[in-house]
Design a protein around this ligand. Sequence first.
Ligand code: MN
Ligand code: ZN
Length: 339
Amino acid sequence: MKGIMIEKPNVLKIVDLPMPELSETNDVLVKIRSTGICGSDVGIYHGTNAAATYPRIIGHEVVGIVEKVMPGVTRVKPGDRVIIDEVTSCGHCWPCLHGRGNVCDNLRVRGVHIDGGYREYVTVPAADCYLVPEDLSDADAVMIEPMTIAVQSCSRARLQPDDTLLLLGCGALGSSILKVARHSGARIIVADVVDEKLQEALQNGADAAVNTRREDLTEAVRALTDGHGSTVSIDAAGLPDSLMSLLQATGNAGRIVTMGFSNNPSPVTQFLITAKEMDIMGSRLHYRHFQDAIDMINAGKLSLEGSVSHTFPFLKAQEAFDFMDSRDPSIRKIALLYD
Ligand code: MN
Ligand code: ZN
């Protein structure tokens, strides 16, 4: 079978791989139908993802059909269409014992630390498979994974109905977070530098929008909140100055969730953290949130239809990554489709 391997930074190869074998008692064999291309996949391709090791079969947004299961597996059966949880954890370290397997001391993410889904077949434990809602296309179904990341950040933010959330960044990540956050009942202020993205956010449930190219973020947020500032803020922009901006725009006793993945230092002052008695929390990947995202889709609270803007045949991955690199403004999500 064929797979897409990033041999080393900037070298993408189509390689022949052995068929994976069902070796553990709870394994299932999945024939891949579609995979998403994530910003982090592009980072691995270009060598800018600090977590990645090479050579690597990438791909962590992975939808397929169960082809074979080990005897005794009851969670899924052959013919089921599933999405695969990319987070694998050891189960016995401190974070794992405290419900935080997404930051396991021995964390292995499929497509990052171990081989992922850009290949024709994978074997995974049945427990990592989640049934995909029937009326979702193979392409759109890959978007369930980014929604799990959004669910994680909203759960880290502990959103409550009396919160005013400041969501910084309305790109792929920010718009996914908005789709989840709007069900919390919190008031939502979005901020970005692109008017079209802010308009889209307002249509998708944001209550107010700030263009930080024209307006000072802190002043604008204060004006919208009787001078207090936001009660909770999520950084979906991940820029070097994001954290300092949010420390200023978030009010006393506030919370801030960071999602940036850059190694570059971000200048902040301790005074703002201490004086406002802030809680600052990271949000990484997700911990077992696939079912939450799927439940939201099945309940009609979340629509992923039409969220994929472009598809490429799996073996044209090079073209797809080159197109990603073009930063064409029409790109929302690119999915690879398999025969
Ligand atoms: Mn992703
Ligand atoms: Zn662990």
